[in-house]
Design a protein around this ligand. Structure first.
Ligand code: EPU
Length: 333
């Protein structure tokens, strides 16, 4: 497995930010992974795993080795509804594969950019469904022991755009494959308001849900291959019921999403940013998307620092006006 030196990462991140990685290795197999990790250990340099590069911001040159995960393969297992996907497969292609095989559940997660291996790291979610709802198991490579092992749902400690892989196990395991438990029987999840509003039929099929989700995403979110972006830059904040009541009395109708934690309310960061007038704002080569203010776009030539400056201005204004701290969904490297 060749290790490339001094690689421009612009083609490896959907923000299209130019920055230099000291080394980069394409990982197509377990053998590639083991030799790349051996190289990093010998050179005493840090490593960074990368899938589709759709949820990262390179804020500076990277001094270590980027492992670009490209392992391929999708397999329907013997148990009904059980399907296994290798880490490097494109997520949306996998969603389409499942739909074609009449395996249902993840049609709400259509068109999410990135790879299957990255999906459990941030427990991807959209339109009322999260990856954890259909999780079966993960096959991971443990960098400390050099062993492969299986992790179940409890091991992964999933939360809203969160998992153990963003916490204690950050950069300590490599996802090799993901197994989902899907349903051979259609059971569309159509409660999410924006989805329910667009679905024209009373008893939608999974294909209807897939089509509508693709339509909503294509009409509201910029296609990263045409306008560089990394989806939602910020997470939706979770606040106490008391804080929510105070917001209501100050600002009228504040939308809310349910959470599983009693006494806590999730509110759309997009709403806070829209009130503050961020939609369509520009700072040189970077800007806030005019249809979805959670999305920061690179109009061309922006550096990681340009994007970070805009993001910091946005979160500072939310803090000042609403006393709410926005957390980034995008991982800053
Ligand atoms: N809203 C506004 N102004 C806007 C857009 C939205 O006020 O311009 C408010 C509205 O009240 C709207 C609510 O926000 O009803 C929710 O909007 P939307 O359905 O667009 O969802 P979101 O909470 O802004 C989240 C995810 C998206 C995902 C959508 C759909 C996060 C951080 N983002 O956005 O995920 O596609 O829900 O489920 O949770 C991503 O992670 O990259 C991503 C795009």
């Amino acid at each position: 497995m060749p290790i490339q030196q001094n690689v421009d990462l612009a083609a490896f991140n959907t923000f299209g930010v130019h920055c230099n990685a000291r080394y980069l290795a394409e990982i197509n197999s377990l053998q590639d992974l083991e030799s790349a990790l051996g190289f990093a250990q010998d050179e005493a340099i840090p490593i960074q795993l990368l899938g589709g590069g759709s949820n990262v911001l390179f804020s500076q040159d990277y001094p270590g080795l980027i492992l670009h995960m490209k392992m391929r393969g999708i397999e329907c297992l013997n148990e009904p509804g059980r399907v296994k996907v290798a880490a490097g497969e494109n997520w949306h292609k996998f969603v389409m594969y499942c739909l074609n095989k009449e395996l249902y559940g993840i049609e709400n997660l259509a068109l999410i950019p990135g790879t299957a291996g990255a999906a459990p790291i941030q427990n991807i979610g959209a339109y009322g469904v999260e990856l954890e709802d259909f999780f079966g198991e993960l096959e991971v490579y443990d960098m400390a022991s050099g062993q492969r092992r299986i992790m179940d749902k409890a091991d992964c400690q999933f939360g809203y755009r969160d998992s153990v892989f963003k916490q204690e196990l950050h950069n300590r395991i490599v996802v090799l494959s993901l197994t989902l438990q899907l349903s051979p029987i259609p059971a569309p999840c159509v409660e999410y308001p924006a989805l329910a509003k667009e679905l024209k039929t009373v008893e939608p099929t999974p294909q209807d849900v897939f089509d509508v989700v693709c339509h909503i995403r294509q009409s509201k979110l910029p296609d990263p291959t045409k306008l560089a972006n990394a989806g939602s830059f910020f997470k939706n904040p979770v606040v106490s019921e008391e804080k929510y009541a105070a917001l209501l009395s100050d600002h009228g109708n504040v939308p809310r999403f349910p959470t599983f934690d009693e006494g806590l309310v999730k509110i759309p960061a997009a709403w806070l940013l829209e009130i503050l007038g961020w939609k369509g704002e520009r700072q040189g080569p970077v800007g806030v998307h005019d249809l979805q203010p959670l999305v920061i776009v690179n109009y061309g030539g922006a550096s990681g620092a340009d994007i970070l400056n805009l993001a910091e201005d946005m979160s500072a204004s939310v803090l000042e006006k609403f006393a709410i701290v926005l957390q980034t969904e995008v991982r800053i490297i």
